[in-house]
Design a protein around this ligand. Structure first.
Ligand code: UT7
Length: 311
């Protein structure tokens, strides 16, 4: 399969900002603890918005900016672990809202925080079969509806949001990346029903696993591409905790300015975190056309992925 190139990006967040000071009125916590342990200062929470509203807004923006004709879109994937309903898929509702043609297939994908990179990989494989040249890939979450509002060790970490990209295969490059999974129910678990239908999390277990696996996947991806970290201006890691990203950076011998960080504004938005970051890089003109970015993720499941993408 060829490499993946981004044609346009978009992002959306709900209007309500929930600061650490707001959380301190609800659970026994404080701004200093949250910032020093996670890097998070605020996150966005839905009030009237649905997850699908956010996905549609981000997807519309990505499509407009890509200047791609709707008729040339062959595929829509929404990565989410917090869909608004069991059916229809959020991808089908994005398809409808954007007025996409019938030949564009639409489905959701759940790989938790690795969802966006799993969706990029899946979209690339489908585009490689031929047919229409472009895919719309969205990562969108409404995690505020899934947290335990009394558990200070997990509730303060998460936020709602969406990011999207219109992609095509870059015929001048080979795809370089890796994805994998390991089954584990203890680290992060969110049942659908019952009195405990919220996120249950073993933070320290996830922390260690995340650092180890993101380091491994990033190292192997760079080696497969015959690149050194210093050849890249930016690495975009899943934004789960500032200290996780810094630890991966130290293991890879990287520099602070290479490891893009926006967790302070959004918290952990799961599948949305990487596309929101990619959209910021694009909006702030921090990436040039043709530039490669290394994206790295880990998620509940466990799921892991790393890949090089080109702007
Ligand atoms: O996408 C995957 C999603 N999940 C993650 O990425 C989670 C990864 N893990 C983490 O980010 C970190 O483990 C946390 C931020 C969740 C916790 O940080 P930590 O440095 O591992 O703290 P800890 O769990 O070891 O807790 C240290 C202390 C405990 O008190 P004692 O037992 O030392 O008295 C906790 O009860 O901090 C306490 N604590 C808090 N204090 C104030 C836990 N949560 C809070 C809080 N505010 N919100």
């Amino acid at each position: 399969m060829n490499g993946i190139q981004i044609m346009g990006t978009g992002a959306a967040v709900p209007s309500r900002i929930m600061t650490n000071f707001d959380w301190a009125k609800i659970v026994d916590t404080n701004d200093e603890w949250i910032q020093s342990r996670s890097g998070i200062a605020q996150r966005y929470f839905c009030e009237n918005e649905s997850n699908t509203d956010l996905a549609i807004q981000a997807a519309k923006q990505a499509l407009e900016r890509s200047e791609v004709d709707k008729e040339d879109i062959g595929l829509v994937i929404v990565a989410t672990f917090t869909p608004d309903c069991a059916t229809p898929s959020m991808a089908c509702l994005v398809h409808e809202a954007l007025g996409l043609p019938q030949h564009a297939v639409a489905f959701d994908l759940n790989a938790a925080c690795s969802g966006f990179l799993y969706a990029m990989n899946t979209a690339g494989a489908i585009l490689a079969q031929g047919g229409k040249p472009y895919a719309l890939v969205v990562g969108s979450e409404k995690i505020s509806g899934k947290i335990n509002w009394q558990d200070r060790s997990s509730c303060i970490l998460f936020g709602d949001g969406a990011g999207a990209a219109v992609i095509r295969l870059n015929l001048e490059e080979q795809f370089v990346g890796k994805w994998g999974s390991v089954g584990n129910k203890e680290a992060l678990y969110c049942p659908y029903e019952g009195e405990e239908a919220y996120l249950h999390m073993d933070g320290q277990l996830i922390f260690k696993q995340a650092v180890r696996m993101m380091t491994e996947y990033a190292t192997e991806t760079l080696a497969a591409a015959d690149l050194k970290l210093e050849d890249l201006r930016y690495v975009v890691c899943h934004q789960a905790n500032k200290r996780i990203i810094q630890s991966v950076m130290r293991h890879l011998d990287g520099k602070e300015e290479q490891f893009y960080m926006n967790i302070q504004k959004y918290g952990n938005t799961s599948a949305a975190s990487i596309p929101i970051a990619l959209n910021e890089l694009w909006e702030e003109k921090k990436v040039a056309h043709g530039e490669k970015i290394l994206c790295v993720s880990f998620g509940a499941g466990f799921t892991f992925s790393a890949m090089l993408i080109t702007f």
